[in-house]
Design a protein around this ligand. Structure first.
Ligand code: PEP
Ligand code: MN
Length: 264
């Protein structure tokens, strides 16, 4: 298998500008669940950059459970992402859900996110595989590690080897947390595969106050980066407010995570 350690012994390094993903540096992808409006997003963009984020996230096509919930700003949101990158220099991570929209989203994103619900959307995987941009492939809500690696295999086989795996929790019997964050997936994946591994403790726990301890645990377990939801006013967020850090909490977390990173 192209994703396996047997096929390729050395870690895959993804170079983007002066950033290297999968190397010594821990990467922090931060930003709101969804781009809600221009003023809000630019404010968060500057705040997370100042606090130490290396990438900026924001969904403009949102996979919402209810069709009545906010679905994202679509093309209007893409323009806001573009503006935020121009103002801050941060590289953009955003989700693409529809194979037909891959060229449009890729024209604006630096890293294309495949959401958990689409991990096994094979036509979508085939489409993003043909794009020359890194792909952040989230673990399906009920996916085994082998299934997840085989989804990544579609991308490598399709010609894109710049794949980042992102653990974001799986469904279990436990209801206290939104998902059960499987941190053992980090060393398991690093044993089985050469691809970089990120962790998303925001969706993984569903609770903002669990994000700092699980971020530190993820880095201690060897994660190459974290994906963190940040919102200036979590109570007013149009999606995932309860798991979003304020910019102040994010700043504090960056300091704590750096200490753990130095120790591992
Ligand atoms: C997200 O990152 O906003 C998201 C929808 O995540 P997931 O696909 O992991 O639920
Ligand atoms: Mn979210």
């Amino acid at each position: 298998k192209l994703v396996s350690r047997e096929f390729k012994r050395e870690d895959t390094l993804i170079r983007m500008g002066d950033q290297v993903i999968g190397g010594k540096e821990i990467h922090l992808i931060a930003g709101p669940c969804a781009v809600e409006d221009k003023v809000q997003f630019l404010e968060i963009a500057h705040a997370v950059k100042e606090a130490g984020a290396t990438f900026l996230r924001g969904g403009v096509y949102k996979p919402r459970t209810s069709p009545y919930s906010f679905q994202g700003l679509a093309e209007e949101g893409l323009a806001i992402l573009h503006e935020a990158r121009a103002q801050t220099g941060l590289l953009i991570v955003t989700e693409v859900m529809d194979p037909r929209l891959v060229p449009l989203v890729a024209s604006c994103a630096d890293i294309l996110q495949i959401g958990a619900r689409n991990m096994q959307n094979f036509p979508l995987l085939r489409e993003v595989a043909s794009v020359d941009k890194p792909i952040l492939l989230k673990r399906g809500p009920a996916a085994e590690i082998e299934e997840w690696l085989m989804a990544a295999e579609y991308l490598l086989l399709g010609g894109n080897s710049k794949v980042i795996l992102c653990e974001r929790g799986v469904k279990t019997f436990e209801r206290f947390t939104r998902n059960t964050l499987d941190l053992s997936a980090v060393p398991v994946l690093q044993r089985l595969s050469h691809l970089p591994v990120f962790v998303d403790p925001s969706h993984g726990t569903g609770k903002w106050w669990l994000v700092p301890p699980m971020s530190k645990a993820a880095v201690a377990a060897g994660a190459d980066g974290l994906l963190l939801e940040v919102h200036p006013s979590p109570c007013d967020a149009l999606s995932d407010g309860q798991q979003s850090l304020t910019p102040e909490n994010f700043r504090a977390l960056v300091g704590e995570v750096k200490k753990v990173a130095e120790a591992v």
